[in-house]
Design a protein around this ligand. Sequence first.
Ligand SMILES: [Zn+2]
Length: 256
Amino acid sequence: MINNIFDSHAHYDDEKFNEDRDILLSSLPSKGVSGVINCACDLKSSAFSAELSDKYDYIYFACGVHPHEAENVELSDIKNTISELINKDKCVAIGEIGLDYHYDFSPRDVQKQVFEYQLSLAKDFDLPVIVHDRESHEDTLNLLRKYKPKGVLHCFSGSVEMAQEVIKLGMYIGLGGAVTFKNAKKPVAVAAFVPENRLLLETDCPYMAPVPLRGTRCTSDMISFTAQTIAGVRGIETQDLVDRATANTKELFNIK
Ligand SMILES: [Zn+2]
């Protein structure tokens, strides 16, 4: 069994876990999971993520507002909630924040405004960011160049050239189940390219379950399949890759 798995991006506040959340979260350490960062998508889930981190030793959290929800929040409320939650020891980042031009659930100018606002909060509070970028590579890169945050581009979907840019900015690349998908050319090329000190592993659970479990509800232990694919591409042992990614996650998010 693969152990020492650190899932740098999970959503255990999602309603898909309502039925058995506590049973599942109690069982993950026995399935090789040593750490999880629960990422919020709105202010309510920021508070819920904080509660999960109180309850489970191995869970840390990020607070923030996802681009899908950008339209539904006031900047002043973001500031109030985040500045309260970041006082908690286990708040390790602001996230997930970013841009999503695939769904466009919020107008793009509002998405940009809320993303920029949270990038500047992260600067003020000296916290890393967890960034969501879907079909918005150019605007995302421009804002990252402007604010130069510490952080990760999660579920990285860009090209190797974009990965190079992100790494030049000092940021990390998060890879999840998408690298195992049948037509995953770009993610596999990125998985081969990313320097070993810049690679994080993640699930984005309950979404993005890796092959051979694609389509099922994803949980953090499934990272072993993603890691196996990436390790295969890089020609190294799966456990060595997991250990390295875990060390990177702890370093970026300042977890002892
Ligand atoms: Zn996510």
